[in-house]
Design a protein around this ligand. Structure first.
Ligand SMILES: *Cc1c(COP(=O)(O)O)cnc(C)c1O
Length: 244
């Protein structure tokens, strides 16, 4: 059981949540989209589970974590939909194959599919668990060598390779844009992700449907929404700065 969150923490998150939602609404208005079509994923990494509980009180239902250990610890206290709870847990960070089983057992969604071998491992583990794991394929749109993700030039071949994996369901593409002070600079990166999703012919691939786009963080989600994001992953704008 998680302790009852402090009222002051709930109030602070509620205020920040209002501000974020306001930005989501305005970004949607600028391009004629519906705010209901944008899902806010609160990135709770590094914050304790009490803070997650406060965000639940404030009305948040989707949470993202980038480390398996942190995900499983928090999910044990606040179970996700897959395990009968009422929040949804998104594993948004790079995953090593030896942790695939933990993700299959605890995450509702996986956002960082970036290799065939990982797909194979997740598929095997999902089959053992008797489930289908909804995934995003991570694409490296910025071309930075330090970033994980499939090279845009290899995306079609990679998606085609996923067709045999019956226990994976690819729902879209995910990316991290280059860190920048001016989000306009990374607009072309978001646009590229959308173009890649639209350009893939999924008609012959039962495992792939690229309807969703997981893109946009605290500093750039307005632009990401303008470019078609369906899922934005927001940490510091909701929870404040992370330590360090
Ligand atoms: C930390 C993180 C975010 C959120 O970053 P903020 O700038 O705090 O909003 C989004 N996506 C991924 C993959 C992350 O690791």
């Amino acid at each position: 059981m998680v302790e009852v969150p402090e009222a002051s923490v709930i109030r602070q998150i509620t205020e920040r949540l209002d501000a974020v939602q306001e930005r989501i609404v305005r970004a949607c208005q600028r391009v004629g989209r519906r705010p209901e079509d944008v899902t806010l994923i609160a990135v709770s990494k590094t914050f304790p589970v009490e803070v997650v509980a406060a965000a639940v009180e404030a009305g948040v239902r989707h949470f993202g974590e980038n480390k398996v250990q942190e995900l499983t610890a928090k999910e044990a206290v606040l179970p996700g939909v897959y395990r009968g709870g009422d929040v949804t847990w998104h594993m948004i960070g790079h995953l090593q194959r030896n942790k695939a089983r933990d993700v299959v057992r605890t995450a509702d969604w996986f956002h960082a599919l970036d290799s065939r071998r990982l797909a194979e491992e997740l598929d095997k583990r999902a089959r053992n668990e008797g489930r289908v794991l909804p995934c995003y394929v991570q694409v490296n749109v910025s071309g930075e060598a330090s970033k994980f993700g499939i090279d845009p030039a290899h995306l079609t071949a990679f998606l085609d390779e996923l067709a045999p994996f019956e226990h994976l369901s690819v729902r879209g593409l995910m990316t991290l844009a280059e860190p920048t002070d001016d989000p306009e600079e990374v607009r072309p990166q978001f646009r590229l992700l959308r173009t890649l999703a639209e350009g893939y012919d999924a008609s012959a691939n039962p495992r792939v449907d690229l309807t969703d786009l997981s893109m946009g963080m605290s500093g750039d989600f307005d632009v990401a929404i303008e470019e078609g994001a369906t899922h934005v992953r927001i940490g510091s704008a909701l929870f404040g700065p992370r330590g360090g």
